[in-house]
Design a protein around this ligand. Structure first.
Ligand SMILES: Cc1cc2nc3c(=O)[nH]c(=O)nc-3n(C[C@H](O)[C@H](O)[C@H](O)COP(=O)(O)OP(=O)(O)OC[C@H]3O[C@@H](n4cnc5c(N)ncnc54)[C@H](O)[C@@H]3O)c2cc1C
Length: 430
């Protein structure tokens, strides 16, 4: 009998861990190792914000992982509440939270909780912590920063190593490009105690403020704190340079200057942020439709395969769907009753994933352009309508995407904005 294939997964993010879990559960016998640059499960504090998982992708993967009950412990259905406002704090849309009927649920979970439940579901000895991959050789060997001797060879190396993937370097070496958007992040740790007015304004989910090609948003976390983010277009490196040059206090002043003219209740989100938690973000992306020529022994999943900006909230969902499809094909290739072998299975995964990935990248690119374009925030609403119409097969939804309906919706929101602005001016005068 042939020995089980040796598979290395690089990266213990959502993609790598989902794949490890699925292979661990599968009937396929594989010799699996997962390498992660973090020193331990707890070595990286502040594992980011909150993620909404979608039915056919992130949630489907979790169900297949057998982790539905663990997920339900931390899932926040009220976190689906969404408020969209312009810079005068005029609410343009307010979607309620709570568990919905049918397929439209997109419950939130903190990123660190997702990692925790995935990590707990794979055998401890499967993950090698503190291994920073430096190089992948043509013959399937891995070289790490921390040790002289290489590991391998592996029959398959799966790059789940995110934006700056070393496995991608072995495939075709393309590096992500700057997306044109950068920003900052801060936490408000106890909004209910320190700023109840902000707490109330944000609600249980996400509060998005958009105008003047800028974005200001707050998201509720599982511990009731708020994660506040500010996004805008600027040259590459500017956000980091500002922080290096002016320090946290000076940088906050610079950020506030960008939002001059915005309603004070919105900029309060920035004023109430814990200065210690201030960090910068510089967003990168791979070209829409990025793909590589199939190479035996290597493949990519998640951000390593299709890095995009976070402006469609799909990255983690796409990453987990990649793992789901790849695991199924690897399992099939190990089934003695099936003709499929490992390399054609990997090729099939790539052929399935590329068009799915391209569609998401194109949507995300479009969202980014609209969000930081001249028509936002109204353009964001009409863009959502058009996207829904394209994706839905019902005639009613298709009609919503037609030019007259879009124009009517645009006029409606434009009028709401003008009224909101006039009311604000009136109150300021009186
Ligand atoms: C600010 C922001 C907000 C976001 N919000 C959302 C959202 O709301 N919804 C959503 O769906 N997506 C969101 N995303 C995108 C989402 O975070 C990613 O798409 C998702 O994390 C991809 O998972 P991954 O496992 O492919 O990569 P990652 O999460 O990047 O994980 C990669 C792992 O590989 C490890 N690694 C990297 N290099 C090496 C190396 N050389 N050697 C060993 N290990 C290595 C890393 O330490 C990490 O653990 C957001 C992204 C950002 C930046």
């Amino acid at each position: 009998m042939a020995s089980p294939p040796k598979i290395a997964i690089i990266g213990a993010g959502p993609a790598g861990l989902t794949l490890a879990r699925l292979l661990y559960l599968s009937d396929a016998k594989v010799d699996l190792r997962l390498y992660e640059l973090d020193g331990s499960p707890t070595s990286r504090l502040g594992q980011g914000g909150t993620l909404d998982l979608h039915t056919d992708t992130g949630l489907a993967a979790l169900r297949k992982c057998g982790l539905w009950d663990s997920f339900r412990k931390y899932a926040r259905y009220d976190g689906q509440e969404l408020i969209m406002a312009d810079k005068n704090a005029t609410e343009l849309a307010h979607i309620g939270g709570g568990e919905k009927a049918g397929e439209s649920n997109r419950p939130e979970i903190d990123r660190h909780r997702l990692r925790e439940i995935l990590l707990e579901s794979v055998p401890e000895e499967c993950v090698r912590w503190g291994r920073h991959l430096r190089e992948v050789t043509e013959d399937g060997m891995l070289r790490f920063d921390e040790r002289e001797e290489m590991e391998g060879p592996f029959d398959l190396i799966v790059g789940a190593d995110g934006a700056w993937s070393k496995v991608r370097e072995r495939l075709n070496g393309l590096k992500p490009a700057y997306s044109g958007v950068s920003g900052y992040e801060m936490d408000i740790m106890e909004p209910a105690r320190t700023c109840p007015h902000v707490e109330k304004m944000v609600g249980r989910g996400a509060y998005f403020g958009s105008s003047d090609r800028k974005f200001l948003n707050a998201q509720r976390m599982g511990n009731n704190s708020l994660k506040v983010r500010s996004w805008y277009s600027c040259p590459e490196g500017e956000a980091k340079e500002t922080l290096d040059k002016y320090g946290k206090k000076g940088t906050l002043e610079k950020i506030m200057e960008r939002y001059a003219g915005w309603a004070p209740e919105m900029t309060e989100l920035l004023r109430q942020g814990d200065l210690d938690s201030l960090k910068h973000w510089t967003l990168y992306e791979l070209p829409v439709g990025y793909r590589w020529e199939h190479k035996k022994g290597f493949t990519l999943i998640g951000d390593a395969a299709s890095l995009a900006t976070p402006f469609s909230g799909e990255g983690v969902n796409k990453a987990m769907k990649d793992s789901l499809e790849l695991a199924e094909l690897i399992e099939k290739s190990q089934d003695p009753n099936d003709d499929l072998t490992l390399d054609p299975a990997i090729l099939s995964y790539e052929q399935l994933m590329f068009p799915r990935s391209e569609k998401l990248q194109a949507t995300t690119m479009n969202n980014k352009q609209v969000m930081f374009g001249p028509t936002a925030p109204i353009g964001i609403m009409t863009n959502m309508l058009k996207t829904l119409a394209v994706d839905d097969s019902s005639i009613l939804m298709k009609m919503l995407g037609t030019a007259p309906v879009v124009a009517a919706v645009y006029s409606y929101f434009w009028t709401r904005q003008q009224v909101g602005w006039a009311v604000r001016r009136f109150w300021r005068r009186t």
